[in-house]
Write a protein that binds this ligand. Structure first.
Ligand code: NAG
Ligand code: NAG
Ligand code: NAG
Ligand code: NAG
Ligand code: NAG
Length: 517
């Protein structure tokens, strides 16, 4: 899902590194970031008492996103005349250096102190430049703002939608230290700490507690005990920092990717379309039952900025609402096997997935054994292009979803059509389950959808490759032609007739002459 990068960025990185190579002794800078190499690393450590080093691989999407943030942080630190210098190591190029420093995670950040290369501070995953700056600031302490009265509290809770407040009887006790350590690691949220009695009574709290305050209202609380360790508290905060349903946008993207919950349930929907409220409500109700197990994310397809994410998941705005489950550990996707979006359907699907019993959405199913022996050819992702884009054949394909009754209603028609063309070598009648196979073409309509890929013979030039004829079906007896310039040319046309005995015939490039109709 890390698609927020541009290729030009990688070009810059390469150019700067090419420059660095020509003069290995000098430390070149790339937008305020020192370009570190095997030959200058030790020297850089000596020069800079606090050196924050970014280890990255230039062509991985993840690294590119972090390079951009890292540069921004470097600029801000330079401007603030900070003692901390920022440097970058391209681990693909500096393999020896990375190996000698025992770098295993990429991208990653380490803070080298007092020229010591053996004991760097390993930074938590800092996804934004603001988080990098906050982390550096909190390292020096105090990691949480001290809130000493109600006026200060109000100001603090208004800082961001979600803030974390630690309430401790004694701000110096060990239990409070766990809170400070947590605050130092979670650099993307504001942390405050208080021992003020008025604040304890305001929230009706008596013991040591961590409170999540959302939009100035207490939301969730965590009671600190003597056995509480940092990971417990991090887990609690990461779990509840998200709302039941998080809408995907520039601000929430990094929180979504950083979430401790690795099962993401994505709803692609047009917020301005009728029926949105009902589906959203069912989605949210399901979310309540699965908090901590599944993260619920909504992606509004009417927001142009979400185009990249949709591209990544290969969701087209014509195909929404659509629901996907993604396992972020292995990036396997699962598609909701239904076009009903009620709570029961959603919950059943999630539970089935969590149970390991859902069927993954594949690039392609395997090619069925007898795919070409029956009149209707069975296509899958793997054989789709070779069949559909065969220049010598007119190929008509039904794109269907197995669960959709409208799709299934077309199967008999398809058999009939295929039977009609059985003896005709030039015409192929085929169908493909688009929910299990990714085909890289634009489907204008929802399922079922029909496309004709005409033979183009000598006229075939690269531009014509995409020549297809669209036919939209509202119901079996009513076939409507959608305007496509080629339809108006007599050589490429689709003729529809016979309401009772449904029949669709093609007249293409002499394959079928007018008179036989
Ligand atoms: C890398 O790991 C090896 C083996 O664990 C260790 O001897 C060496 O000191 C480490 N190097 C650094 C720079 O941490
Ligand atoms: C609250 O505390 C701040 C900082 O200690 C102080 O400046 C401010 O005057 C206090 N306000 C009240 C109402 O006590
Ligand atoms: C979303 O729905 C609105 C209202 O029906 C429509 O005008 C708009 O084109 C849709 N947006 C997309 C991307 O489909
Ligand atoms: C997600 O992927 C990981 C890594 O392959 C796997 O261990 C885990 O069981 C998967 N989760 C589900 C719910 O399928
Ligand atoms: C097919 O759809 C058209 C328009 O959508 C409608 O007028 C017609 O009555 C429908 N026919 C049947 C048999 O449902």
């Amino acid at each position: 899902m890390k698609v927020y990068i541009t290729l030009c960025l990688s070009v810059c990185v390469y150019l700067c590194e090419a420059l660095a190579e020509s003069d290995p002794d000098a430390i070149l800078e790339d937008k305020d970031v020192l370009v570190l190499t095997k030959s200058n690393f030790e020297w850089a450590l000596k020069q800079h008492n606090q050196l924050l080093v970014h280890f990255y691989a230039p062509l991985s999407g993840q690294s590119l996103g972090s390079i951009l943030e890292f540069r921004e942080a470097a600029g801000a630190l330079k401007e603030a005349e900070s003692d901390v210098r920022l440097g970058g190591v391209n681990v693909k190029k500096e393999k020896d250096l990375a190996a000698s420093l025992n770098v295993t995670t990429i991208p990653s950040l380490r803070l080298y102190l007092s020229g010591n290369k053996n004991n760097p501070v390993h930074c938590p995953d800092l996804k934004s430049s603001a988080a990098i700056l906050t982390w550096l600031k909190r390292r020096k302490g105090p990691s949480a703002d001290i809130i000493s009265n109600l006026t200060q509290l109000v100001k603090f809770t208004e800082e961001e939608d979600l803030v974390v407040l630690g309430l401790f009887k004694d701000l110096e006790e060990d239990i409070a230290k766990v809170f400070y350590e947590t605050a130092a690691d979670i650099a993307d949220l504001p942390f405050g700490v208080t021992g003020n009695d008025e604040i304890f009574s305001k929230y009706e709290i008596s013991g040591d507690t961590v409170l999540l305050i959302r939009k100035s209202k207490p939301d969730k609380q965590f009671e600190m005990g003597s056995s509480t360790v940092k990971t417990d508290l991090v887990q609690f905060i990461r779990l509840y920092e998200m709302e039941l349903v998080t809408e995907y946008n520039g601000e929430t993207a990094s929180k979504i990717l950083n979430s401790v919950v690795l099962n993401h349930f994505l709803l692609f929907i047009n917020k301005t379309e009728e029926g949105f409220e009902e589906i959203y409500l069912a989605f949210k109700t399901t979310a309540e039952k699965l908090r901590g197990k599944v993260l619920f994310v909504m992606i509004d397809v009417s927001e142009p900025r979400n185009g990249r994410v949709m591209e990544y998941f290969r969701v087209r705005s014509e195909e929404v609402p659509q629901i996907r489950m993604v396992n972020l550990s292995n990036h396997v996707q699962y598609q909701l096997p239904s076009d009903r979006f009620d709570t029961q359907t959603l919950l059943e699907f999630c539970l089935k997935y969590l149970d390991g019993k859902a069927k993954p959405k594949l690039q392609s199913e395997s090619i069925p054994e007898n795919w070409d022996t029956q009149p209707v050819k069975e296509l899958v992702g793997m054989n789709f292009e070779i069949v559909a884009f065969n220049h010598n054949k007119n190929v008509i394909v039904l794109f269907y979803a197995p669960w959709s009754s409208e799709s299934r209603a077309l199967f008999p028609l398809w058999e009939e059509l295929a039977e009609h063309f059985r003896e005709n070598e030039d015409v192929v009648v085929a169908k493909i389950d688009v929910t299990a196979n990714d085909v890289n073409i634009h489907l204008r309509e929802k399922y079922p959808s029909i496309k004709l890929f005409p033979a183009v013979y000598s006229e075939r030039v690269s531009g014509l490759l995409q020549l297809t004829v669209y036919v939209a079906l509202h119901n079996i007896s009513d076939l409507i032609l959608i305007g496509n310039p080629y339809l108006r040319q007599p050589r490429y046309c689709v003729i529809v007739f016979g309401l009772k005995k449904v029949m669709l015939l093609l007249y293409c490039l002499g394959v079928q002459s007018m008179s036989t109709l």
